[in-house]
Write a protein that binds this ligand. Structure first.
Ligand SMILES: NC(=O)C1=CN([C@@H]2O[C@H](COP(=O)(O)OP(=O)(O)OC[C@H]3O[C@@H](n4cnc5c(N)ncnc54)[C@H](O)[C@@H]3O)[C@@H](O)[C@H]2O)C=CC1
Ligand SMILES: CC(C)CC(=O)C(=O)O
Ligand SMILES: [Mg+2]
Length: 351
């Protein structure tokens, strides 16, 4: 059995709390499914800025590039909002994604069994929600140059090249082919040239995937449709900014931002992180929902370690724990610790 090295970046706010839960579940899954895992923590985000003077220190860069996978909590907080932009935790996060060349961010939004009662949707609709947002992660307006902030004006650049669109679109088409064969590409082609290139590239690539039905939507309409008719969608492909916004919107479907996981795949080690941020309003209170982080660990088992059966077992254990007693964001009374113990118990019982 070869040992897999996981670089763990707990980060800031609730990041360390939910990451701790995910690491414990990962260790339990390794024990149950006979995996040899080594998790090592590295400084990242605001915590790294305080300790090492940079949000993405050299030591951490080296470790993530050598790891088999990276598990991240969340970064940021109001105490760093006035730091020079280059030193902000959020800049470190963008640099991390770029360094890993993790261009395809997979953000599944499902209403897991047990969560129907917490969704604002009618239970029979909630049960059918199963979308996969594929968000481009290393390009677009978060990275485009020129960018700048002056006294009276500020500017950013939304730029995509055809190969950048093509490679992430390919990931989305492959996912659609494995799933229900429906891909919705989201852009703003009516007003943005970038959207026009995006739409043209996706339409051309569609010729290679005759089994996939392609639909194009403008992002404003998509925001409405995702809430109004969530079961109509399967795979949703979009750029960095729109994907960031639509995935937070999609979290309303299962009932809390705390439950959404993600996997970022590309040309380097893959990155796994919950969709949510550092939630300064919850930090230190022991009530953050670790579901998104734990399900990110499940995606790590599936995508980085090729142990889909272990990933599924973690998902099932989470569903059981959610049905038992969730954290307060979902109307339950479980603390982060109590919820994690429920997941661990379910995982060991099933084995
Ligand atoms: N990937 C990352 O590390 C991200 C970092 N951020 C950073 O996080 C900081 C806070 O940003 P916000 O806009 O407040 O977004 P946020 O995602 O941290 O929180 C938004 C809302 O969702 C709730 N929430 C988030 N995660 C939760 C969880 N696990 N359990 C229960 N409730 C949860 C929070 O309490 C809050 O009401 C900022 O510095 C921001 O830049 C924001 C998004 C992503
Ligand atoms: C904080 C941003 C850099 C990232 C973000 O909001 C996200 O990836 O969801
Ligand atoms: Mg976001």
């Amino acid at each position: 059995m070869t040992r897999a090295y996981i670089a763990v970046l707990p980060g800031d706010g609730i990041g360390p709390e939910v990451t701790e839960a995910a690491v414990r579940v990962l260790a339990a899954a390794a024990e149950v499914y006979g995996l040899d895992l080594e998790c090592e923590r590295f400084p990242f985000g605001g915590a790294a800025l305080e300790r090492c003077g940079a949000p993405f220190p050299e030591e951490t860069r080296k470790a993530v590039l050598e790891a088999d996978a990276v598990l991240l909590g969340a970064i940021g907080g109001p105490q760093w909002d006035d730091a020079p932009r280059a030193l902000r935790p959020e800049t470190g996060l963008l640099e991390l994604r770029k360094a890993l060349r993790a261009f395809a961010n997979l953000r599944p939004a499902r209403v897991l069994p047990g969560l129907e009662g917490h969704s604002p949707l009618r239970p029979e609709v909630a049960r059918g929600v199963d979308v996969l947002i594929v968000r481009e992660l290393t390009g677009g307006i978060y990275f485009g140059r020129p960018r700048g902030l002056g006294e009276t004006e500020a500017w950013n650049t939304m730029r995509y090249t055809r190969p950048e669109v093509e490679r992430v679109a390919r990931v989305a088409f492959e996912a659609a082919r494995r799933r229900r064969g429906h891909l919705t590409s989201v852009d703003k082609a009516n007003v943005l040239e970038v959207g026009e290139l995006w739409r043209r590239t996706v339409s051309e690539l569609a010729q290679a995937y005759p089994g996939v039905r392609v639909e194009h939507q403008y992002v404003d309409a998509m925001a409405m449709l995702l809430v109004q008719q969530p079961t109509r969608f399967d795979v949703i492909l979009t750029g960095n900014l729109f994907g960031d916004i639509l995935s937070d919107l999609a979290s309303v479907l299962p009932g809390s931002l705390g439950v959404l996981p993600s996997a970022s795949l590309g040309e380097g080690p893959s990155l796994f992180e919950p969709v949510h941020g550092s939630a300064p309003d919850l930090a230190g209170r022991g009530i953050a929902n670790p579901t998104g982080a734990i399900l990110s660990a499940a995606m790590l088992l599936t995508y980085a370690l090729d142990r889909a059966e272990a990933g599924r077992a973690v998902e099932e254990a989470v569903a059981q724990a959610l049905a038992q007693n969730p954290t307060p964001d979902l109307g339950g009374t479980a603390s982060t610790e109590a919820f994690t113990r429920q997941v661990l118990e379910a995982l060991y019982t099933k084995a």
